[in-house]
Design a protein around this ligand. Structure first.
Ligand SMILES: C[S@@+](CC[C@H](N)C(=O)[O-])C[C@H]1O[C@@H](n2cnc3c(N)ncnc32)[C@H](O)[C@@H]1O
Length: 736
């Protein structure tokens, strides 16, 4: 019994005792213990490019997002607006109507209130394809992450293996916006605004994570570390939360009269069975020179650095004969003397293609080992086929060095078996002392934000500025602890900034041939000083001359494109090498694909009337795993009864009366993951879905049959309700 109960029990007047008891029970129900903050509703999102329509919420451009109106009617460039009904007193509808005012349409900015139902679509902006055709695509979404998370909830609820976020740290240095206003150090509400912003997003993010086994990683510094820790405990009560301290600047950042700061923090939220996979990396004691290279097991066979040209080592210039259909090495050819062109060498069997040691600048190079050793390695499983780069039309070859073979012999690396092509499947041995779990203090020179973050970005995008990118290697290490054994992991970063997380995922894939997929979300904000300069030129957000300087367009996409292609935006090969676990020239790029979209909002009526297929199509491709090229329906192409693009892993039945066409297309078809059926009739959907399963289930295990557009519409109506419920949780707030 608490002290208050004790005191109440001592009251002799039974009526007073009962009343006080009831009052206290009420107060205890409503009062929040722990983290208390003011809930800043509503958050508003400006849609700079949107044309005002009847029913839209709008603000006047010059008033930022201060005063919200709803458009009642539009006539001859003038909008008649009223206060939105939830702002008028419910018993006084006529009062709101009486207060109708008129504004020129040009002065109005469409806004979305968080909690309003949204019907999102993705508009393709750009893409880079440099990976195998059948590989999944990484995705970049330009959007406010709150709405993007709602969309991701429709696409991947419960499927995400890892979320990595590096949110604005709320330093007071105008590093983020709340309701379109930069939050600075003079804002007395800045902590509670930040918490409200984070809480709403974390609640949506939670629904994405696989409840059986996944992790959320969130970085932060001293400004919000304590509040974030409490918030995570509150939002993930069933998970365990651990904090790691990480040195990111060994000289320290100056703090007048205080200790210089050398570190920041990472929170790890372990969901379900999630656990750290030891990689053998000692996170506390900086590795001796060369020591850190021991973790990576498979290496590129193409020699880089010194003595890497054909003429330096002519006997190391020989072909691997590759079977491109079965994706395996057929055999190893003999070296050809200098002066003989590789084009003159015929394959030992028709259909095989040659893989010569050709360098990223297209010059002739050499392998690391002789043809004879390569043949031996192929037989013992220590040489294998790597990734295919479609733009270069080349395969890569991986091998295990003697050092790794010795570690296998010593038992430091376990051989778990062989893959279908005979290559060894390796895992660090848990029995060896070196591969114990890492400790909670990280001190890695590779995690230095300057060297591993800003310098890498400068090499990729010479002359472009982005504040505080994470060290590429720091993100790579953090992810590896959770996705090392998940080669198909789905990883999300919804505060993507310059895109370091996707870059790190590409490196992880290259290291072990994985097919991990990364979904990035970032807004297209310009920095506060840039915004002032652009406004001084008479520009406004939404104008192409403004938007081109935004983070997503100016930094995130160009950075990832540069990383993938190995070329700067000016078309120059990127200078410098990747360091640490996997060293190779940045100019080699990655065998990876990336699709870039901007989030847009659909009109509910259009969706209900099933007139939004073209707009929804990218979502269906993403929902089916973003495998292979994204199919499109051209503007002037009529909608077919069945949309079944060749080679795709999904089909859409648009005309429910033509089930015969779908069933016929399903005959003998394998490799499908989704079938979408457009119908409003629930009963008939059930029957159709059953028919589909009968025909297609065996050849397509795990096939999902989805009812369109009902599934889509319902998802977003439900989200709205969840958000409204979430919004009322922290109203008992103190100014913080
Ligand atoms: C600290 S940075 C992330 C840096 C990133 N980890 C990197 O290495 O480049 C946070 C980013 O989140 C973006 N951001 C902030 N609020 C956002 C929001 N509501 N929706 C989408 N992106 C947002 C900002 O544009 C900023 O670039």
């Amino acid at each position: 019994m608490s002290a208050i109960h004790d005191l109440i029990a001592q009251i002799s007047d039974p009526r007073l005792r009962e009343r006080l008891s009831a009052e206290w029970a009420n107060a205890a129900k409503e009062k929040k213990f722990g983290l208390v903050f003011e809930d800043h509703l509503p958050e508003l999102l400006p849609l700079h490019g949107a044309k005002p329509r009847k029913g839209d919420l709008v603000c006047r451009r010059q008033e930022a997002l201060k005063d919200v109106w709803q458009i009642q009617s539009l006539h001859a460039g003038v909008a008649t607006c009223v206060k939105p009904s939830n702002e008028a007193h419910p018993s006084e509808p006529t009062r709101a109507a009486a207060k109708a005012v008129q504004f020129p349409v040009d002065e109005l900015l469409v806004v979305r209130e968080f909690g309003e139902p949204i019907f999102p679509a993705l508009v393709p902006v750009d893409a880079v394809a440099n990976g195998p055709l059948d590989a999944p695509w990484h995705t970049l979404i330009e959007a406010d992450n709150y709405h993007a998370l709602q969309l991701l909830d429709y696409l991947y609820a419960g499927q995400v293996d890892c979320i990595y976020i590096d949110p604005p740290y709320n330093t007071g240095a105008r590093d983020w916006k709340y309701n379109n206003d930069y939050v600075d150090g003079n804002d007395g509400w800045r902590h509670s605004k930040w918490l409200s912003m984070m809480q709403r997003r974390l609640r949506l993010a939670k629904t994405l994570l696989n409840p059986a086994d996944s992790v959320l990683i969130c970085t932060i510094d001293e400004k919000e570390v304590h509040r974030l820790g409490l918030l995570l405990e509150q939002e993930f009560p069933e998970a365990s939360v651990q904090m790691v301290t990480s040195v990111i600047n060994h000289s320290g950042v100056a703090r007048a009269k205080q200790f210089y700061r050398a570190d920041e923090y990472l929170f790890f939220v372990f969901i379900g069975e999630a656990s750290v996979t030891p990689t053998g990396q000692d996170m506390l004691n900086p590795p001796e020179a060369d020591e850190d290279k021991k973790i990576i097991l498979w290496r590129q066979l193409l020699r880089s650095g010194t003595n890497a040209r054909r003429e330096d080592r002519p006997r190391l210039f020989y072909p691997f004969w590759v079977d491109p259909v079965r994706k395996r090495i057929h055999s190893v050819g003999d070296y050809i003397p200098l002066g003989i062109s590789p084009d003159s060498v015929q394959p030992p069997e028709p259909g095989l293609v040659a893989c010569w040691p050709i360098r990223s600048d297209d010059s002739e190079g050499c392998w690391q080992i002789s043809a004879e050793t390569a043949r031996k390695g192929l037989a013992e499983g220590t040489v294998k086929l790597g990734a295919y780069t479609s733009t270069r039309g080349r395969w890569s070859i991986s091998y295990l060095r003697n050092a790794e073979k010795e570690r296998i012999a010593r038992g430091e690396i376990e051989v778990a078996g062989r893959d279908e092509n005979g290559a060894l499947i390796l895992k660090p041995s848990a029995t060896v002392e070196r591969v114990k779990n890492p400790v909670t203090v990280w001190n890695q020179r590779s995690h230095n934000a300057g060297a591993g973050g800003s310098n890498v970005l400068r090499a990729l995008l010479p002359g472009r500025k982005f504040p505080f990118p994470k060290s590429l290697y720091a993100v790579e290490d953090a992810l590896r602890f959770f996705v090392a054994n998940k080669p198909d992991a789905l990883i999300v970063d919804f505060f993507a900034g310059s895109g370091t997380t996707a870059h790190a995922v590409m490196r992880l894939n290259r290291q072990d041939g994985g097919r991990r997929r990364c979904v990035l979300v970032t807004n297209n904000e310009v920095a506060a000083d840039e915004a002032t300069a652009l406004a001084a030129k008479g520009l406004q957000p939404g104008h192409p001359d403004w938007e081109q300087w935004g983070i997503c367009r100016h930094i995130t996409f160009p950075r990832l494109k540069a990383a993938i292609t190995g070329q700067t935006p000016a078309g120059e090969p990127i200078r410098g090498d990747y360091k640490f676990t996997d060293e190779f020239p940045m100019a080699e790029g990655f065998a990876a694909n990336l699709a870039y979209f901007k989030l847009d909002f659909l009109d509910k009526e259009r969706v209900s009337l099933r007139r939004a297929f073209r707009e929804i199509l990218p979502l269906l491709w993403l929902k089916a795993g973003a495998v292979g090229p994204r199919p499109e329906l051209k503007r002037d192409e009529p909608e077919p009864a069945l949309f079944a693009p060749e080679g795709s892993n999904f089909m859409v039945l648009l005309d429910e009366t033509r089930m015969d066409v779908l069933l016929q297309a399903l005959q003998g078809r394998a490799g499908l993951s989704h079938v979408f059926i457009v119908t409003d009739a629930d009963e008939s959907f059930k029957t159709l879905a059953q028919d589909v399963r009968e025909v297609a289930d065996k050849a397509n295990p795990g096939l999902a049959v989805v009812q369109l557009y009902r599934d889509y519409l319902l998802n977003f109506m439900i989200n709205q309700n969840q958000d409204r419920a979430a919004g009322s949780a922290n109203t008992l707030g103190a100014r913080a």
